[in-house]
Unconditional design. Structure first.
Length: 115
């Protein structure tokens, strides 16, 4: 069996940016056409990279984005205001009122987070 081709600096840089992002794993695999999915996971593991864990309802949302420091752990979310389209940041540990409402700083409309 032949040895696998070493990872280039460019591939490592790309993996460091893509792997902990919200990009789907299928899209990551497409970004490395000469690497198998297992090779990508193994290299990411050796680099200490982790995929973000998202509730399934948020995975493909165009109105909610996960905020991360790049290590795969969430530190909050960005929600798009349904009235003006601006983004509202909600950090981990922020207190929401009892009905999950947040107020847009730009247009002052109330948006509701439904879990």
């Amino acid at each position: 069996m032949s040895r696998p081709r070493p990872w280039t600096e460019e591939e490592v840089w790309k993996l460091r940016h893509l792997y902990p992002s919200e990009v789907s794993f299928e899209e990551i695999v497409e970004a490395f056409p000469n690497r198998t999915p297992n090779a990508i996971r193994l290299k990411a593991s050796r680099l200490g990279l982790k995929r973000p864990t998202l509730p399934s309802a948020l995975c493909r949302s165009s109105t909610i984005l996960l905020c991360s420091e790049g290590d795969g752990r969430s530190n909050g979310y960005l929600f798009r205001c349904s009235e003006c389209g601006s983004w509202i940041r909600v950090n981990e540990g922020d207190e929401l009122n009892e009905n999950g409402a947040i107020v847009c700083a730009k247009c002052r409309s109330t948006c509701y987070i439904v879990a």
